[in-house]
Design a protein around this ligand. Structure first.
Ligand SMILES: [Fe+2]
Length: 293
């Protein structure tokens, strides 16, 4: 059942990229985001006017920081010694590509897991453990509530993700989107969260929307046997893109997409929004070019 109405997820990233496109003098009336964005738990609301470019672009400078790998992250201890983590090398056999555009593709799905089953379980367990006391957030994305927990609230997952971004995910994204990125070494995660779809309560789907970042990816954190339905829906694909535990879907953020409804069970995914540091103008041009592909 493919949704057809264009809707818009008023996430911080959407607003931030819009801000790049808008004349700097332009203000707009918002009922969603005002003041300093709070990426961790909810947004303040107001109907006053706000100059978004002054408020939200600087937010990226803060929100990307927890995801930048440290020198300590990049060293593994082996016995009494230490070795530097190496970046994996990927080629086109490691993923399947869809939505042909110019010299490349705007949507990819890995053929093998990027996270092991144990790594997925560790993330699920930490998310459930933390949320058992503080609860899952349900108001971080304005009119399209998602049941999620920010990764910055999951210390073990955050530390693991920093390593895996360096070692696996950034090299993979560089390979998948090399045709489009002026400097693929500047990829930075600007926000990340764990989403829980549950038919028995909370969120079972996510309506069609566009993310505001340059690239987005999601990684399945539990088995496809744990639920029915699900997957990521794209406007330009006939069927939802489905992946199994540990596998990854990555796409141009501007593509109209959504979370296909699950009809039974529970589905966990890790979602990240990725920007290209220092390339705000390119980012907006790319966004506008591919949004209606
Ligand atoms: Fe999205």
């Amino acid at each position: 059942m493919a949704p057809h109405l264009l809707t818009f997820l008023p996430c911080l990233q959407c607003i931030a990229l819009l801000a790049v496109a808008l004349p700097t003098c332009l203000t707009f009336t918002t009922t969603s985001l005002v003041g300093k964005p709070d990426l961790s738990r909810g947004f303040k609301t107001s109907s006053t006017k706000v100059l978004v470019s002054e408020v939200h672009i600087p937010a990226y400078r803060e929100t990307k920081m927890p995801f930048i790998p440290t020198e300590e992250d990049l060293v593994s201890k082996i016995g009494c010694g230490e070795i530097n983590l190496e970046e994996h090398e990927y080629d086109t056999h490691d993923f399947s590509s869809m939505i042909n555009y110019e010299a490349g593709h705007l949507l990819h799905k890995t053929n093998e897991p990027v996270f092991t089953l144990e790594e997925c379980k560790n993330i699920r367990d930490e998310a459930e453990h933390v949320c058992s006391s503080v609860g899952w957030t349900k108001n971080r994305h304005g009119n399209y509530p998602t049941t999620d927990v920010p990764i910055i609230e999951l210390p073990e997952t955050l530390a693991f993700l920093r390593k895996s971004l360096y070692q696996r995910i950034y090299p993979l994204l560089r390979t998948q989107f090399s045709e489009f990125l002026p400097d693929a070494r500047r990829l930075r995660v600007a926000d990340g969260f764990i989403v829980k779809y549950d038919v028995k309560g909370g969120q079972a789907e996510l309506k069609p929307h566009r993310d505001g970042s340059v690239l987005s990816f999601n990684i399945a954190l539990n088995s496809a046997d744990d639920f029915e339905g699900g997957g990521t829906w794209f406007d330009s694909c006939d069927d939802p893109i489905k992946i199994d535990e540990g596998e990854m879907v990555s796409h141009a953020s501007a593509l109209l997409h959504g979370g296909q409804a699950i009809t039974s069970g529970i589905r966990y995914i890790l979602v990240c929004f990725v920007i290209l540091e220092g390339y705000d103008s390119f980012s907006m041009r790319f966004y506008n070019k591919v949004r209606n592909v």
